[in-house]
Design a protein around this ligand. Structure first.
Ligand code: GRF
Length: 203
């Protein structure tokens, strides 16, 4: 199964997938890594693994819709079975969803539907919850609203800062991502309303 991974940052989730894919039994291969900005560690990780990369900035496109359509085209060139947004800090739009909806997943560092958006760990801390976590979901037109593929709970500990909490969540997030994407690749999957079913191909 072919994975295209999109990143904006450090790429530790990408690295976990690259490491998992090194074992043929995992059943998937990262065929390309894209980013919305240059010079990020995620791209360097892909290059070290010998995976082709591409960068598409919004500033380099006529407008946001043009960026979205071009992103869909670039991703499509690699014929992905699953597109993984792994710390990709942009919302994809209509053209992208028309091309790759139903096979695009994203990770969120909170237990959806709680604390959507860019500040999941900070918002959980500020609210005072004792348990938060991470969510893998099938991307739809909302912000962190898509059908849930997997979730893992993570405790909030006394004295946590946003950074310490996010780091603990990211450990769980990487394991969740590797496990769930592996199942999607090996077993196939289908999205039926808000339910993601393994064992049936989306195609
Ligand atoms: C992850 O926690 C992701 O959910 C969040 O940003 C982090 C990305 O980490 N949106 P990395 O780039 O994979 O290290």
């Amino acid at each position: 199964r072919r994975l295209v991974v999109l990143v904006s940052g450090s790429g530790t989730n990408l690295q976990a997938l690259l490491d998992a894919c090194a074992d043929p039994a995992y059943g998937a291969e990262v065929v390309a890594v894209g980013a919305d900005r240059d010079g990020v560690e995620g791209l360097a990780r892909a290059e070290r693994a010998g995976v082709p990369t591409f960068v598409l900035t919004v500033a380099g496109c006529a407008d946001r819709a043009a960026w979205d359509a071009e992103l869909a085209r670039l991703v499509g060139e690699h014929r992905p079975d699953v597109v993984v947004l792994a710390g990709f800090m942009k919302l994809v739009g209509d053209a992208f969803l028309a091309a790759h909806g139903g096979r695009t997943v994203n990770t969120h560092p909170a237990l959806s539907p709680a604390f959507p958006g860019m500040r999941g760990p900070a918002d959980a801390l500020a609210y005072g919850v004792k348990v938060t976590g991470c969510t893998l979901f099938v991307v739809d037109a909302g912000v962190d609203t898509g059908a849930i593929v997997a979730q893992t709970a993570v405790p909030v500990e006394d004295g946590d800062t946003e950074a310490s909490l996010h780091e603990r969540i990211k450990v769980a997030e990487r394991a969740m991502l590797v496990d769930a994407v592996g199942r999607m690749a090996r077993e196939g999957f289908a999205v039926e309303g808000r339910t993601v079913r393994f064992g049936a191909d989306v195609e």
